[in-house]
Design a protein around this ligand. Structure first.
Ligand SMILES: [Zn+2]
Length: 200
């Protein structure tokens, strides 16, 4: 019987129902911040999202720092509750260390909406990598991902049930960056290791 690991424990795959397989329930993509060249615009870009900089955010969403963070969990819950009302059952969250993964928030969202929520492991593009990615080799990164899949994320006791989204800058026009290749290899090895051990 195939099971999927959600933040509240394993669920039979046949019970997943309608699933959104790539969502960002919380988000921090400051790694994508595009600093405006003009000093006046830079000052606007540093302010919390407000009427003054809304036009700038609408012209280029990456130019206002506050526009790159979504950590309002109550807002997320209100929005995904609509999905639950419409018959949705499962969300695969793609947040990772460096882009706003918040395991406690995922648990809260699952509890308050009744949706199955799956957490992820891995690392996104190099601009978002926390310092340990540069310090670890592919083998150690594999071990880290396997631990998150089979044991738990940090000391939360919550296991990841998915690998991704793995970030490759420049693709498909340019090769990915060296640490991204390392992460890609680790993600592939972690996937193979978990298939062998039967962890889902
Ligand atoms: Zn994504």
């Amino acid at each position: 019987m195939a099971t999927v690991q959600t933040v509240l424990g394993p669920v039979d795959a046949s019970a997943l129902g309608p699933t959104l397989s790539h969502v960002h329930l919380t988000l921090d993509i400051l790694c994508w911040y595009m600093e405006p060249p003009d000093p006046a615009l830079r000052a606007l870009a540093a302010k919390p999202l407000c009427l003054e900089n809304l036009g700038l955010a609408r012209r280029n969403g990456l130019m206002v720092r506050d526009n790159l963070i979504q950590n309002d969990v109550a807002l997320t819950i209100r929005e995904v509750a609509e999905l639950a009302r419409a018959g949705g059952k499962t969300l695969i969250d793609m947040e990772l260390p460096g882009i706003g993964r918040d395991v406690a928030a995922l648990v809260r969202i699952a509890r308050e909406t009744g949706l199955h929520v799956v957490a992820s492991t891995g690392f996104y593009t190099q601009a978002s990598h926390p310092p340990e990615v540069a310090a670890l080799d592919a083998g150690a990164l594999t071990d880290l991902m396997v631990r998150e899949l089979e044991v738990g994320i940090g000391d939360t006791g919550v296991r990841a049930g998915n690998i991704g989204e793995i970030g490759c800058s420049g693709m498909p026009d340019a090769p990915c960056l060296p640490d991204e290749e390392k992460v890609l290899r680790a993600a592939s090895r972690a996937s193979r290791a978990c298939r062998r051990s039967g962890a889902r």
